[in-house]
Write a protein that binds this ligand. Structure first.
Ligand SMILES: Cc1cc2nc3c(=O)[nH]c(=O)nc-3n(C[C@H](O)[C@H](O)[C@H](O)COP(=O)(O)OP(=O)(O)OC[C@H]3O[C@@H](n4cnc5c(N)ncnc54)[C@H](O)[C@@H]3O)c2cc1C
Length: 506
């Protein structure tokens, strides 16, 4: 049975691997010349710049996600780097008892708790209450919870969730709290300000802070040495070794249908590829409204498209620099308040500046040199997409203007590196759109709202369309690599079930 898959991102490759193993004949059609989609890094001169795998959920042997990853690539052969400190946050108005303006978000919960209590003994109770839910979350494995949310109707889901009573109890306690509201629990002014500054501007739901911290502590969210592209390529190798075939530089224009049945793909140069089943692992908006011309939608999907149900996850402006200097004495990731606000050409005002120094991965720069990235999230992706399309010189000028300001700040922070910059690369939302087709340059699909355990509005099927499946990070608000592999695997399972074929995971 022939299956066409759109997209060699992580979700498309994952679906392809399981379907090949289970005996289907699959082909992947990818618009780019390389695999990985958003899970990517690129080489410029002697440097590699990365934009994805800061943390890969499931990098420890104990978790269910590890087992899934291990079906996709040989995890024993990947060296994961686990940071001791997630981020160092510079505060503006307060100093701690040691005269420092820096708060360290340790990844080890025992150490974090001790550090915070040392800084603010008067807040011991509030600090213990902050740490406690993370210890409880650690006991639960996310994939089974995700299955129960996705596959059970609401009443049954309620009953199923009883198994996770302890998790749900703490989830309910935290679900309406943000780092801003939580900060108010602390009497200590330094701690309060540090908490407010934990993210680069917006208030974030406490689950967004506590869930990752609970896995960092278990060393279950490491960075793969070699970076995102090397990681994605290993998954692509598994797919081709299983007999799959990727057509690169082959953008899909349309999904062909006949009487409500998906029959194949129309790709560039008006070439058609017929199949029994079609899987789209490409952008949701493109799939539904471009490739299928909006023929298979319901009200919920129109509401999604009109942004009435969910917000699209922020896009990012990523400035990457190859610097001829050893920056190993600097923290790998730090954020500090700016003396003067930075106004982006898209109108976003930034008061904080975030530097990511890849001094822990020897493969991304020659010895004695360092790859550095500065990222700003933006909700104004359309500005960058429109200006690139309609005014290319204006686009370049807007990028250059911001780049020069950033170099000035980096120069101060990293001790005079201005003349040591050997490579510069700037990626805007237009870049992410151009290379991966993600709607509005989204980096993780839909933004997760307050209730991150809510059932996703984007399912594996489209109303009225047979022999078609959809799988990608757009399937679950919050997105990310774990969602991409989980949905790719689940879609393959569903196809096996529908066609009474045994699902073979290895
Ligand atoms: C800056 C940044 C940092 C991130 N950090 C992390 C992190 O630390 N941890 C984490 O888990 N996740 C992270 N993510 C998110 C993660 O990269 C994505 O959620 C994940 O890679 C999405 O995979 P996907 O396969 O669902 O979609 P995509 O990666 O978007 O793959 C879709 C594929 O389809 C192809 N395609 C689209 N349209 C067509 C077409 N018409 N024809 C043919 N092919 C097409 C695209 O080219 C692409 O290859 C980050 C993302 C970014 C951008």
């Amino acid at each position: 049975m022939k299956i066409n898959i759109i997209g060699a991102g992580i979700s498309g490759l994952t679906a392809g691997i399981y379907l090949q193993r289970s005996g289907f004949d699959t082909e992947i059609f990818e618009k780019h010349s390389i695999p990985g989609g958003l899970c990517t890094s690129w080489k410029k001169g002697e440097y590699i710049f990365d934009s994805c795998a800061h943390w890969i959920l499931g990098s420890d042997k104990g978790s269910s996600f590890y087992k899934i990853w291990n079906e996709l690539l040989d995890m024993e052969n990947i060296e994961f780097y686990n940071h001791d400190i997630r981020v160092e946050v510079g505060v503006k108005d307060n100093i701690n008892k040691y005269g420092s303006k820096i708060f360290k978000l340790y990844t080890n919960l025992t150490r974090l708790e001790k550090y915070m209590i040392d800084l603010a003994p008067e807040d011991t109770r509030a600090i213990r209450q902050f740490i406690k839910p993370m210890r409880i979350m650690q006991k639960f494995d996310l994939p089974p919870i995700m299955d129960d949310i996705r596959f059970f109707p609401s009443v049954l889901r309620g009953i199923k969730m009883m198994r996770y009573l302890e998790f749900v109890y703490w989830f309910m306690k935290l679900k309406n709290k943000t780092n801003y509201t939580y900060a108010k629990r602390f009497k200590n002014a330094f701690l309060r300000e540090s908490f407010e500054l934990l993210y680069d501007g917006d208030e974030v739901n406490m689950m967004v802070l506590t869930l990752p911290l609970s896995v960092f502590d278990k060393k279950s969210a490491g960075y793969p040495i070699g970076g995102s592209m090397a990681y994605a390529k290993k998954i692509e190798e598994t797919y081709t070794a299983a007999g799959g075939n990727v057509h690169y530089n082959t953008p899909v224009k349309k999904i062909l249908t006949e009487d409500g049945v998906a029959t194949g793909l129309l790709v560039r140069n008006q070439v058609t590829h017929l199949s029994d089943i079609t899987v789209s692992a490409a952008d949701w908006n493109f799939t539904v409204f471009n490739a299928l011309d909006g023929q298979f939608v319901n009200k919920e999907m129109m509401d999604l498209r009109n942004l009435k149900l969910n917000e699209v996850f922020f896009s990012v402006m990523q400035f990457s620099f190859g610097i001829d200097k050893d920056l190993s004495e600097y923290p790998h990731f730090f954020r500090f308040p700016l003396d003067n606000e930075l106004v982006s050409p898209d109108g976003t005002v930034y008061n904080r500046f975030e530097i990511h120094i890849y001094n822990y991965d020897p493969t991304v720069a020659p010895k004695g040199k360092t790859s550095v990235t500065v990222s700003f999230y933006t909700k104004k992706a359309d500005f960058w997409i429109d200006i690139r399309k309609n005014n290319r010189p204006g686009y370049r000028a807007a990028k250059d203007e911001l780049t020069q300001q950033i170099i000035g700040i980096l120069d101060q922070k990293l001790g005079g590196i201005k003349d040591l910059i050997e490579e510069i690369d700037v990626a805007t939302p237009a870049t992410f759109l151009r290379y991966t087709n993600n709607w509005k340059g989204s980096t993780q699909g839909w933004l997760n709202g307050k209730n991150i355990l809510e059932k996703s509005p984007v399912g594996f099927h489209l109303p009225g369309l047979k022999n078609f499946y959809y799988s990608s990070h757009w399937n679950q608000p919050g997105g990310g690599l774990p969602i991409a592999i989980k949905t790719g695997r689940d879609v393959a399972k569903e196809i096996c079930k529908a066609h009474k074929v045994k699902f073979l995971s290895v």
